[in-house]
Design a protein around this ligand. Structure first.
Ligand SMILES: NC(=O)CC[C@H](N)C(=O)O
Length: 362
């Protein structure tokens, strides 16, 4: 069935619908990864966004539950050049089309994804709607222009109740702002005793849980929209080792008095080089973010930049000068993408050990 993508600047892309037969709006962003469509569409950080994949053939290896980063995808649409309706892979359980139908997410294929991506790169991310051919385009444009920014994405995707994933090692309290399963798996692999808690859990509750360390997860939306988590991180600083990933990194910055702002079109892909400032070492990293920590806002805070993006020199890593706390804007768990930065989980484990040893000596 013919469907279209209408953008707030009046641009229209006509294509063929797949997935759910629904009209949905969202911020249109692009991801340049050549593989990993399952992890991308199920990453809760994309909540309420319409994701364009620049790799032209999507769906060819189907869908399997193990590669999912959350139980239910929170994206508002998927845009591809060509969708494969008959996947072929030994792990495939169903097709992308069937999954999107079941999850109520519209897909749009057959559009010029390069043209759309170039437009977003030039203008910045745009609000858009995937809808039928029957609508009045001008009216949809007006509705998109008047659409208020969504502010409750973290609440939508965070766990409603705490849960325990037992392990024999250190107790890590994982603040779930829209956590990718890959992060939990990295902690499980290191034998951590994990308690996953909702984004609004106060610091004293986390201390009461006996946290040896706190991991603040990735998550959707503007980091300024979760003052509860910023307050929690502020109160945890110096009390317990902290590791922030992506949104968690931005929240560590805000909790320390730095500021964040929105990038024109963000970083979303699996091949973003970052430089460690202390050594000059480069890691190729998976990224998915639209906001960044403002470099000039670090002055006067107790944070220092540890990593920067090679492409645009934005801040990619932070460390606290006095307390055991550090964070990265990229995804050390990959899922999908290169595993160059996986060592950061070991750094977190070592930080917990060192803090415990210091406590014994004190
Ligand atoms: N993956 C993430 O955690 C993204 C963080 C934040 N929502 C951003 O877009 O910048």
């Amino acid at each position: 069935m013919k469907k279209q993508l209408i953008l707030e600047n009046g641009a229209v892309f006509e294509g063929v619908g797949f997935g759910a037969d629904l009209a949905m709006s969202g911020e249109v962003v692009f991801n340049t990864g050549m593989t990993g469509y399952q992890e991308i569409l199920s990453d809760p950080s994309y909540c309420a966004q319409i994701v364009t994949l620049t790799y032209p053939l999507i769906g060819n290896y189907g869908i399997n539950r193990d590669d999912f980063e959350s139980i239910s995808p929170a994206i508002h649409g998927l845009i591809v050049r060509e969708v494969e309706l008959e996947p072929s892979h030994w792990r495939s359980e169903e097709s992308l089309d069937t999954l999107l139908k079941a999850k109520g997410i519209p897909g749009l294929s057959g559009i010029d994804t390069r043209k759309l991506t170039r437009m977003i790169r030039e203008i910045g991310t745009l609000k858009g709607r995937i809808c039928s051919m029957e609508v009045d385009v001008n009216q949809v444009v007006q509705e998109l222009l008047g659409m208020p920014a969504i502010k409750n994405q973290v609440e939508t995707v965070s766990t409603k109740d705490p849960y325990h994933v037992p392990g024999k090692g250190d107790r890590v309290v994982l603040i779930d702002c829209g956590m990718k399963h890959g992060i939990l798996l990295e902690l499980i692999e290191r034998n951590c005793d994990v308690v996953v808690v909702p984004y609004h859990t106060p610091a004293d509750e986390i201390i009461r849980l006996g946290a040896d360390g706190v991991l603040v997860s990735n998550g959707p939306g503007n980091p300024e929209d979760v003052p509860e988590t910023i307050e929690t991180v502020k109160n945890l600083l110096g009390e317990v080792p902290i590791f922030g990933i992506c949104l968690g990194h931005q929240l560590l910055a805000l909790a320390s008095g730095a500021t964040t702002s929105k990038l024109r079109f963000g970083h979303r892909g699996s091949n973003h080089p970052i430089r460690e400032l202390a050594t000059g070492a480069i890691d190729i990293t998976a990224q998915n973010h639209g906001y960044t920590v403002d470099a000039d806002s670090l002055e006067g805070t107790n944070l220092k930049a540890t990593h920067i993006a090679v492409n645009d020199e934005t801040i990619e890593g932070l460390a606290h000068i006095h307390y055991p706390a550090f964070s990265v804007q990229y995804h050390p768990e990959a899922s999908p993408g290169p595993e160059d930065a996986n060592h950061l989980f070991n750094q977190f484990m070592n930080m917990m050990k060192t803090t415990q040893a210091e406590k014994v000596l004190a």
